[in-house]
Design a protein around this ligand. Structure first.
Ligand SMILES: *Cc1c(COP(=O)(O)O)cnc(C)c1O
Length: 409
């Protein structure tokens, strides 16, 4: 028996995380299942930003680099994020730049740590920017080639003494499949290669233990589950054991050992600071900081348990529909989204959006629904599944206006 809406609401009422819904400003009439693309707006963000603008910028002016702690903000926020959600001891995470740029830096560092090994392994179905960046970094080191895996399952067949580094997405952005970070990292290390993890669909979706898993480098997004706002700065993890030897290719003054000595030559700063490049976006960092305050109110283990409950519920409530779930059933292999295949998925998603149920679509035929336990309830999931059922039963998605594609899908 699938749960009724009343049963869902009763479970919500007993859930300590349910109160955090009030921390978010979501428009009335919207069921937001796209926090895996752009997280919702925390209520405290506008006020926090306004204070940073008025006080730290407006009044403090240039003095705020020292007095308001702007200078150390990429590392301070990185430490908080690392402690709360990434399982990273202090001094290994910085918040800066975009995921693409951070990936360029860590892949560049990884290749230099493994000279004489020509291959950079990546997944064929990785988020495309990851592959573009891998190619771009590889092109800077003669002889380097990107080798594409059909899936992580192929890893053992391809890994060898020629592998410098392996880039893997911890959670697949299309299917929501979750990989075994510790197990894969151990196999990569056994071949003498470095493991670079993309955590874009992990950070804020489920807690990870980067240190315990032995990860070498990782990057991830600030604007998805973390709720840092559109274009929020991303994060970068570099394991402490690599920092002294690591040289990243985007050598800018914020990564310099003596930035304000204005030396003509580059010398890398100590620690993870050497992975910074230029002036940090203080306003973007402020928005991410406000979001992180909300994250720090939530127990990450409870968030993960609720995420699995919400995705289980959605899979159960849509099991009899004419869609094909591509998200793994096993909890150990599932992130925090559900992807359903439908040949007209784009139009179905548009019809859902017209009803206020916001998911998204990834070509050629995947409808993606992200489940964010901080602001979604079981009753919301029940309503969203009901809307999908009605859209499919009525055929309303066949209306021509739902076939027109915007630039962002
Ligand atoms: C969202 C996402 C990115 C985004 O990169 P940006 O540089 O922030 O645009 C990269 N990789 C993965 C796996 C993603 O899901």
């Amino acid at each position: 028996m699938t749960p009724t809406r009343a049963q869902c609401a009763a479970r919500d009422a007993a859930d300590p995380l349910h109160a955090l819904r009030a921390e978010f400003d979501l428009p009335a009439g919207v069921l937001y299942l796209d926090g895996n693309s752009l997280g919702a707006l925390p209520r405290r963000t506008p006020g926090h930003l306004a204070r940073v603008v008025a006080d730290e910028w407006g009044v403090g002016l240039i003095r705020s680099w020292n007095e308001a702690g702007w200078f150390h903000r990429p590392g301070r926020l990185g430490d908080r994020l690392g402690a709360h959600l990434l399982g990273a001891a202090p001094g290994q995470v910085v918040v800066c730049d975009s995921t693409s740029v951070n990936l360029f830096k860590v892949l560049g560092a990884a290749l230099r740590l493994r000279p004489g090994r020509p291959a950079l392994l990546a997944e064929r179905h990785a988020f495309p920017t990851d592959l573009y960046v891998a190619d771009g970094v590889g092109a800077l080191r003669p002889g380097t080639r990107t080798v594409l895996l059909d899936s992580a399952a192929q890893l053992d067949a391809v890994l060898d003494a020629g592998t410098a580094a392996v880039l893997l997405s911890h959670v697949d952005y299309r299917t929501g499949e979750l990989l075994d970070m510790a197990g894969l990292t151990a196999r990569i290390h056994a071949a003498g290669a470095l493991a670079v993890w993309d955590l874009c669909h992990t950070a804020g979706a489920l807690p990870v233990e980067l240190d315990a898993a032995g990860a070498d480098f990782a990057v991830g997004c600030g604007y998805k589950y973390l709720n840092g706002g559109p274009g929020a700065p991303a994060f970068l993890y570099a394991a402490a054991r690599h920092q002294e030897a690591a040289r990243q290719p985007l050598t800018g003054w914020f990564g310099h050992a003596r930035q304000f000595d204005f030396e003509p030559g580059y010398r890398p700063a100590e620690g993870v600071t050497r992975f910074l490049t230029g002036t940090p976006p203080i306003l973007g960092l402020a928005a991410l900081e406000a979001a992180l305050q909300v994250w720090e109110l939530a127990d990450p283990t409870a968030v993960r348990a609720k995420s699995l409950e919400l995705t289980d519920l959605f899979l159960e409530l849509t099991a009899d529909l004419d869609v094909e779930p591509v998200t793994p059933r096993e909890h150990a292999r599932r992130g925090s989204q559900v992807a359903l295949r439908h040949p007209d998925g784009y139009a179905v998603v548009q019809a859902l959006i017209a009803r206020g149920v916001i998911g998204d679509f990834r070509a050629p035929d995947l409808m993606r629904f992200g489940f964010t336990p901080l602001y979604l309830s079981r009753a919301d999931v029940h309503d969203a599944a009901g809307a999908l059922r009605e859209v499919l039963a009525s055929g309303e998605w066949r209306d021509g206006r739902f076939a027109r594609r915007g630039e962002v899908t």
